[in-house]
Design a protein around this ligand. Sequence first.
Ligand code: GDP
Ligand code: IMO
Ligand code: MG
Length: 432
Amino acid sequence: MANVIIMGAQWGDEGKGKIVDLLTEQADAVVRFQGGHNAGHTLVVDGKKYVLHLIPSGIIRGKKCFIGNGVVLDPTALIDEMQEMANLGVSITGAGFKISALTHLIMPYHRELDIAREKRKGKGKIGTTGRGIGPTYEDKMARRGIRLSDLYNRQVFEAKLQENLAYHNFMLENFYNAATFTLESIRDDYLRMADTLAPFVDDVGTLLADAMDAGQAILFEGAQGTMLDVDHGTYPYVTSSSVVAGGACSGSGVGPTHIDYVLGVTKAYTTRVGSGPFPTELTDAIGKHLYTVGHEVGASTGRPRRCGWFDAVVLRHAVRANGITGLALTKLDVLDGLKTIKICVAYQRNGRRMETMPADPSIMDVCEPIFEEMPGWSEPTVGIERFEDLPQNARDYIQRLESLTGVPADILSTGPDRVQTILRRNPFSHTR
Ligand code: GDP
Ligand code: IMO
Ligand code: MG
């Protein structure tokens, strides 16, 4: 059976949740490998909407779901989400849900640091989700982080917490002029939550290896998007994890030789939440159209998403950095009714044409997009399930994107619902 990575090819919110849910039918297990509850993955089944932040989107189909070691885990957020899913009638326990003991914990001081830092940056802020993601990954790399497994050794946990509080309280109080924390308040809360989570804590890397040995198919569910990757994105306006396909391996404990197909999810246009360069951004009536028709409001923070034309430079960058096999092109229906559609085919600066993303992302801010125009289509594409039924101009647009990015659009999405999809080639049937 094939193992497939599904990841964002733009700045996040490409529709990964919908595509993961769709393809989970073919998978035996779904694993999240990076990020945390900064993610908001939406899926709609029979008109019922689910938004997942930490729990893999495969949970809706009752498949085995794993949180890999590369994720940063806020136990409060996870327990709330488990309750929310239970309220919606989705069983967590029945699905064999497991969390890697190696995940790093988001602590209350990480959230405080995230918010205090953004406040201090003022206009130059990154526009983070304020969930403590960055400071938690910093502690991981600084080798002082607290992992889920530490909660089950009280002595180790207390010692680590003490050491972390001494450091972070000093920074909070003296550098950020922000609230500090006592050991007791955090310790007691976290130990209580450790009891709730105990049945789910496991060795996820080994469970995945066992599943693959048994011939099972694994789906790796990425969060965020390539342009938010800490190395390959628009640094410093990025998140703090390895978003790219390579991160699926290190973030789950599975070697790259096990991966058969990388599916890059992209909108038929572009959106971005938070600050940072965005060459094809539209602040005119068309930007408003994309925002309104596309309901472009953040699934996690409720912030409006910035909207713009499709950027083939960004997509070629994503194809290269992830080794994308094929694309899932979503929200095609949002372009319905536009007279003309523009595609950014390259950038220019000081009269020089650039086909690839500038190595220094700050240059991206001052690049001018070079646009190509295509005629739009007036017929609605909403809910179309066969490629042949799409208007000719929509098919031409898709073909142009394929030729500009060099990869096939194997999946097309024509609405938020699971069934509003055109499956041209199934990634799980793909063999290298
Ligand atoms: P993710 O973070 O990549 O999973 O994406 P989000 O869930 O944050 O944002 C994508 C939004 O677009 C959600 O509200 C989806 O329900 C919606 N969506 C996904 N695919 C389509 C589509 O083809 N057409 C339309 N109109 N909406 C879609
Ligand atoms: P999904 O998985 C879109 C953005 C934030 C901010 C930057 C850093 O739903 O696609 P962070 O809190 O991670 O330190 O914020 O990254 N960001 C996202 N944008 N979709 C997401 O997730 C995002 N997760 C983080 O807006 O610009
Ligand atoms: Mg999202």
